[in-house]
Design a protein around this ligand. Structure first.
Ligand code: G4P
Length: 534
């Protein structure tokens, strides 16, 4: 197959949701359609039910599962589909944010009864800022939930999206009769039998077709007619370009558990979702069909088995073909590296591959060369943008609890930070180390991993920080900036890249500081000038 055709047939996307909305169930049903798995229950949920670190550790110990489900690839309708897994647990949100830098589109799953939940809001905001094309799937239609119009209103309000339904439910919960496909003008009747579900599709000429009454009963048919009239009056026509530009979000309804509406979603996705897109590097915009290979590391997975210290770096191929046993330039280290056993991912396994194309994810064994955000190329000096750090929510001093193991601690902390488990800051005044995390759970994870993988013990000490703000000034020698540095010296730190960070101890103090120093900008994201760019 030609290189360009290989690119055109790839769809790399992520499924995002608030925990329990049905992401795992939907993923599994998509894989069933792809024939990638044979039975339901094959995809293990990697969510952390009780929110305890021990659960996380247990999951991590089952390396096979969590590494293999990081990327789930399958073939459907002659398309190569790569689903990138995103942890739903909020303490691992940063991991999800980074994964979103490697997707070309997303599907957002919303529970019809719960509506828009907190985690969904945060994740969709990141997608919106990056103009990632979004499809919305409203799940659990077999249960009583919110009215479809109210829910779409809520999505528009809370998520600042502009939606257009491409399918519409006929009834809901106990009364769910089926789903009407607005584009293909057919009705899928709900029987509750998940295996045969997608075989109950009947085409109708238009909504006045009496076949509709036969299928769902006159009452439901009339309600649907009224509702579709309303849909056509309120919502814009679907326009693919607007969807691709992140300006219009198509909505599908269904029940992942009953495999209902999932095929409509998948077929709709295949038809409209983008193939791998161009990506901005600091130097220039890189097109997927360029001959030379380039890619970037968006995730690093550590091996928890202390006998195997190697890690797996996940590289998204942006352009060209990644080939096994070929030397590529690690731009940050200015070093050529060859990979003899790059992994490709399939539904439940990973395998060594000779070639990977734009849109694909390759897993590279790494003994400590990679950091999140690193770029690999065929030789060109490129730096991919857009893997920012967000201000952590929790901050603690990290102290060495075993003076004999200070080297191990330093190495462990260093490597865990490279993996993106948390962020490390060094206070300017006294050099003390501060760990910042998105969730409290990570502190336990770090402690556990330091002990089990590096033989080091650490102790934490509380630190009252509201937000870490990356400091941005046009003039480092201005009187205002120098005064800021002097007055706030106690609250200044550097992140791992050496960028200056201000620890605001409350929203109020941040506001006061901003008022006092109007020329200084305080950002909650490390790549402040780049977040809007893809
Ligand atoms: P997540 O990955 O987004 O966290 O959600 P997951 O798929 O694990 O689904 C969360 C719960 O919701 C599961 O029930 C799942 O069976 C249920 N669910 C998913 N889709 C639907 C649907 O369309 N309709 C209904 N009624 N339920 C759905 P659970 O009892 O928490 O887990 P399990 O014991 O069934 O695995």
């Amino acid at each position: 197959m030609k290189f360009k055709d290989q690119i055109a047939r790839r769809r790399t996307f992520g499924i995002i949701s608030h925990p329990d909305a049905g992401k795992t169930t939907l993923t599994e049903k998509l894989l069933l359609y792809g024939g990638a798995i044979q039975e339901a229950g094959a995809v293990k949920s990697n969510k952390i039910k009780k929110g305890a670190a021990s659960d996380f550790m247990e999951i991590e110990r089952q390396r096979g599962i969590s590494v293999a489900t990081s990327v789930l690839a399958f073939e459907y309708d002659n398309k190569k589909i790569n689903i990138l897994d995103t942890p739903g647990h909020k303490d691992f949100a940063e991991d999800t944010f980074r994964t979103l830098t490697a997707v070309d589109s997303v599907i957002v799953v919303i529970d019809v009864a719960k509506g828009v939940e907190e985690q969904t809001e945060k994740l969709v905001e990141v997608c919106r800022m990056r103009k990632i094309p979004i499809i919305v799937f409203i799940n659990k239609m077999d249960r009583e939930g919110k009215d479809a119009f109210d829910l779409m209103d809520e999505i528009e309000q809370k998520l600042s999206l502009r939606v257009v339904p491409l399918s519409f439910p006929i009834g809901m919960g106990y009364d769910l009769k089926g789903i009407y496909n607005l584009q293909r003008k057919n009705v899928n009747i709900f029987t509750g039998d998940s295996v045969k579900q997608h075989k109950n599709v009947t085409s109708i000429n238009d909504l006045s077709d009496p076949k509709l009454d036969e299928l769902v009963g006159t009452k439901a048919a009339d309600t649907l007619r009224e509702e579709i009239e309303l849909v056509e009056g309120i919502y814009p026509d679907f326009n693919r370009q607007e969807y691709l530009d992140g300006e219009l979000q198509p909505v599908f309804f269904g029940s992942a558990l009953h495999n209902f509406g999932v095929k409509e979603l998948l077929d709709g996705f295949i038809e409209i979702a983008p193939a791998p897109r161009s990506k901005k590097a600091e130097e220039r915009l890189v097109q997927p069909d360029e001959k030379d290979f380039s890619g970037f590391v968006f995730k690093i997975h550590a091996n928890m088995d202390p006998r195997h210290r190697d890690r797996l770096a996940f590289v998204k191929v942006v352009s060209g073909v990644f080939e096994r046993n070929t030397a590529y330039k690690h731009v940050r280290l200015d070093k050529n590296l060859k990979f003899s056993s790059p992994n490709a991912f399939f539904a439940e396994k990973k395998e060594i591959v000779d070639e990977s194309f734009p849109g694909d994810i390759v897993g590279l064994h790494d003994t400590g060369n990679f950091k999140i955000g690193d770029t690999l190329t065929s030789g060109e000096e490129l730096h991919y943008k857009g893997i920012p750090s967000f201000s952590p929510e929790h901050f603690r001093y990290i102290n060495n609890a075993d003076p004999m193991k200070s080297k191990q601690l330093a190495k462990g902390v260093d490597q865990l930070m490279d993996e993106g488990v948390a962020q490390l800051f060094t206070l300017e005044l006294n050099g003390r180390k501060v760990i910042g995390t998105v969730g409290a759970l990570q502190f336990e994870v770090i402690q556990y991993r330091l002990e089990h993988e590096y033989g080091a013990t650490c102790a934490y000490e509380n630190l009252n920080v509201h937000k870490a703000c990356w400091v941005d000034t046009a003039d480092e020698n201005s009187a205002e900036f120098l005064d800021f540095k002097r007055v706030k010296a106690k609250f200044l730190a550097h992140d791992k890249r050496g960028q200056l960070v201000f620890f605001a101890d409350s929203a109020f103090s941040l506001q006061m500081t901003q008022q006092k120093y109007p020329s200084i900008k305080f950002h909650f994201v490390s790549e402040f000038d780049r977040i809007n760019e893809n």
